[in-house]
Structures are given as structure tokens and as C-alpha cells.
Design a protein around this ligand. Sequence first.
Ligand SMILES: *Cc1c(COP(=O)(O)O)cnc(C)c1O
Length: 403
Amino acid sequence: MKNNSTLQEKTSKYLCPTYARYPLAVKSARGCHLYDFEGREYLDMLSGISVCNLGHSHPEIVSAIASQAKKLIHVSNLFYQEEQAALAEKLISTCSLDRVFFCNSGAEANEGAIKLTRRYMQKILNQNRFEILTLNGSFHGRTLATLTATGQDKIKQGFDPLPKGFQTVPVNDKDALEQAVTPDTAAIMVEIIQGEGGIRLLSPGFLKKIVQIREKHDLLLIIDEIQTGMGRTGRFWAHQHYGLEPDIITSAKALANGLPMGAVLCTEKISSAFDPGSHGTTFGGNPLACAAALKVLEIMEQENLVKKADQLGRKALGIFERIRQDHPQKIMEIRGKGLMLGIELTFPGNRLWKALLEQGFVLNLTQDTVLRLLPPLVISGKHIESFAMTLDKLLQNPQLCQG
Ligand SMILES: *Cc1c(COP(=O)(O)O)cnc(C)c1O
């Protein structure tokens, strides 16, 4: 990074080395663009990993945050707060569930879902089932329980002993799922499209099997919509593509368009497993985050963003599919729904990814070979076309198409 070496030095010196940073220091952002310290503009096709779905510094979000900051930032869950109640009502109206618990991150939402599942089994059903089945390649977070739930070994290294009560099953393998169920099994937890795992879709047949097994063994179905929710896939929640009726949904990332916020949504009956004192979090649902999230939901309606993600996503799939046909030796597959798209390369994509960044396109490379696109839902078709043209051009350079 040539433009800000002191920033790079300080970062390496004072922060724990948990992240491999991109060679880009972001000074500011607006709409679909990021700006570095030299004033260079980048097209953001990642949205801070599906967080800033309405783009950066959306004027109405900025003013909602500013006016809420003047009114009330935090008071704690010891008090009634109008922003919290209003957001809960509105968020619930997006799905078939009844109640919500607010928290501050995706991992915390999944942790809450895991705790709620165990407590529901123990306190409401009077059973001691506790095990949660998850899928290989999944990502559910970095707390001890959620990293154990995550189906990727690299995330678990060096953190033994891991909590018990989790079992991972291969994706789209109906028989393996059936065989994994034991008398201890309490729930199945899945992402409808694995994000971190490389934009991998669960097959409709596998989803049908999940529903069957859930009925047969009276399991809870927890859907991790942390990345796929909030309109990202062209439905408000990704499970709505398939008419599923989850018992618990977890949300975070785009919920407050950049302020830290998570949520656990559940049925009335399941929510009764929690009583005062059984679960909590200091910052969860504070008025500032709630005011931002409420404004997010309003803007999504006004700007019809779920439908837009669906339509633009279809268009983008078509554009990328044509590029794949022109480069069949280099692109293995195009996958995704709405504006959650993956371009799987036949080679390790690091050089290509870096060249795209140098050309001004910010996206993510996941699982070594998958270019992951999570652009703001307000992105235009023109922006996607300009990315596609650059990708097409770079794919013609053999130097960039090798590991
Ligand atoms: C990002 C993510 C999480 C974890 O969220 P954090 O806010 O980083 O804790 C969990 N599940 C999925 C599917 C995610 O994409």
C-alpha cells in the first residue's frame, strides 16, 4: 500500500494480527464507492461483507442516526424504549415469526439461537435433547459455540476444548443428514446460501429433506440469515424462495446498514423459554442501532430494494454467464441469487482478485477460487456491466489466470 504506510505500520504494531488486510486504506465512502487517501475511487461490490446494503452514508440513514444521537443513544434494557418496540414490530412483519431478541453481531445472534434451542428443550418440552446439526462449509461465527457449529476446520484450530453438542453433515447429502439424527438431536441450523463457504446453494431436494426430518424427529429449524437476509438474495429472507417456515431466524450484517446489530427471531412458543434474567446483552437493541435499522426497513420499502435485488441479480447472472461461456477454461460456474453472487474460477484467484482491485473494483475472494460479489442493493446495472467488462478483459491475460 503506497499511499499510507504509517497507517499500515500503526495497524500492524497496535492491533492483534487477526486479519489479512487488503492493500487499501479506506478514507471515506459514499453510495457504491469507496475512496482511498489519494482520492482514488473504487466500486464497492462487497458492501463491507453485505452490511452497507443501502450504500454508504445514505443521507436518510445519516440523518436518522444523527437525530437519534441527539435524542437518546443508550439507556439499557432495564427501560422501555420506543425505538426498540417500533423496530421489533416492523421486523416481525417481514416473516412468519412472532418475537425478537436484539443483540450486536451475527455470532451473538447465533449464540442466542443455540441457547434458546437448548432452553426450549429443557424448560418447555422437558427433554434433554441438545445437539445441533450444521453443514460442512457453513459459517456461523467466532464465539466458542458458533465456531464449533461452523463446518470449517480452519476456524477451530487451537481452540480446544470445544463445547459439545454439535455435529456437521455434508451439504446436499440427504442420507448423511438422515443418519446424523440421534436421540440427542434438537435442531438443524443452516444458511440457505453459504456465503463464506463460497456462495454454495442448498439444493431444493436437500431443503425438502430437512423439512421431512424436522417433522419426523420434531426438530427446530434455525436459519442463519445473517448474510442472506435483508433483501440480499431477492427475497426479504432467503428461505422465502423455498416457502420454508423456520422456528428461529438469525439476522445481523445489513440490519442497521453498518451500526453493529443482530437479532434472533422466533415463534411465540419458543420465545417463552426465555424469561427475565435468562439471557441478555448490554448494548442489544439500543435506541441508536434501532433507529438506524428502522430507517433501513423504511428505505427498503420506499426504494423497492428486494425486488430490485431480484431483477438486477437475474441480469447480473446473465452477464456473468456469458463471460463464463467466453472463458470456459477459466470460469467453472456462476452461482447465486439476487445480489449474492459467486464466480467460481478454475484456478486460485488471488492474482486476478488483486488486478481487479487495482482496476478499482472491490470484492472478496473466498475459498481460494470463488469471487464473491455482495454489492450494495442500490448498485446500478451499469456498474455491474463495467465490472463485467473489466473481468472479461483481465481473463484474457494468462498471467492473471494462475495461482
Ligand atoms: C458474518 C456471518 C456470521 C457472523 O457474524 P459476525 O457479526 O461476524 O459475528 C454468522 N453467520 C453468517 C452466515 C455470516 O455471514
